[in-house]
Design a protein around this ligand. Structure first.
Ligand code: S3P
Length: 172
């Protein structure tokens, strides 16, 4: 019999940390399915996350996010990338900790900013000073991400596959 993943690996961390791209690499390296909570929410609503925020507001999005994560954690173990805000709610953290293994992709502010600055897909960064906003979120969130089961440093020069391999090693 082959090797079996017992718990879902849940990627957490700031926007721009690489949760989706590294999560896909981890899933490929382990030979398991990859899921993404933002993508699931978008597919179900047939709308982008930015449009959901604009039309229905953040609390509505957060409800959807909790529901999607709860459902995915009930399914076959896989690699699950979550949106940057998902791990902040105590209720989500509890669910993730009970049913999965959380991995914080820990990138510094400069790396994050360089990755998100040219993309207009993040509703939370649609402010007069997106860097100040990102920096404020970073300060507030890092202590919460640090509660994840594992932490892997996401470096600027490290390829997605190398990052995936680092995560796989951390899981061993
Ligand atoms: C959010 C991050 C986004 C998305 C939404 C809110 C956040 O996901 O869920 O815009 O609160 O940090 P990514 O981390 O994949 O960008």
């Amino acid at each position: 019999m082959g090797w079996v993943l017992k718990k879902t690996i849940v990627m957490v961390g700031m926007m721009g940390a690489g949760k989706t791209s590294v999560g896909k690499a981890v899933a490929a390296q382990l030979g398991v399915a990859f899921r993404d909570s933002d993508a699931e929410i978008e597919a179900a609503a047939n709308m982008s996350v930015a449009d959901i925020f604009a039309r229905d507001g953040e609390p509505f999005f957060r409800e959807r996010e909790t529901r999607v994560i709860r459902r995915l954690l009930e399914e076959e173990p896989c690699v699950l990338s979550t949106g940057g805000g998902a791990f902040l709610s105590a209720r989500n953290r509890q669910m993730i900790t009970d049913k999965g293994v959380s991995v914080w992709l820990n990138a510094d502010l400069e790396v994050l900013w360089n990755r998100v600055r040219h993309r207009d897909t993040r509703p939370l960064l649609r402010t007069a000073n997106p860097f100040a906003t990102l920096s404020g979120l970073f300060e507030a969130r890092v202590p919460i991400y640090a509660q994840a089961d594992l932490s892997v440093i996401s470096e600027a020069g490290c390829s997605v596959n190398d990052m995936g391999a680092r995560v796989v090693r951390a899981l061993e």
